[in-house]
Design a protein around this ligand. Sequence first.
Ligand code: HEC
Length: 174
Amino acid sequence: MTRYTGKVKSVSLIRFNIPHYGIMERMRSLAVLGFFLISAALPATAQDVLPDGPGKAALLKVCHGCHPPESIAARRYDREGWENTITKMIDAGATGTDDEFNQIADYLTEHFPKQVNVNKASSAVLASGLGIAPKDADAIVACREKNGNYRTMDDLKKVPGIDAAKLDPKKIQF
Ligand code: HEC
């Protein structure tokens, strides 16, 4: 009796589970494919957030051990701010040469500078923060008061009379 029931079970398994098994196989293949796609995408993302340039190699060497590049790239500071952060990291245990820390400060100041909100900043803050002429900063404020907030770089470049080439998108926040 026991043996018989067992046989029926195994027959039904073979008969009814073949298509099911096929689906499982396909799902497993998709899962494996997905895993490879994700693991291929992750390093690419980490690389993408850090533009190439002098200091990148030092940053990856000195800073990468404790946190991913994304958490560094998410911050925006001026040079003093980056230097303060680096000093904090040295206190936290980051090790490197003075030359490496200088390169990292230069790199971060260049690629992740302090941003200025063009919809909120005063003319003086716009001029100093973006390094543009006071008359251009005045024009940005005047145009904002007349037409409302800027949403894109293109909006900003259309401000009459300004030197649009001086506007660094990395420093601009909307
Ligand atoms: C020994 C581990 C370690 C290393 C190496 C390290 N950090 Fe950190 N980092 C931390 C810890 C811990 C925190 C969170 C504590 C905090 O915010 O003070 C942090 C937080 C940060 C933050 C966010 C907080 C802030 O002040 O903006 C930034 C940005 C940062 N690190 C940048 C760097 C840079 C740049 C380097 C390379 C020079 C670096 N870290 C190397 C441990 C490290």
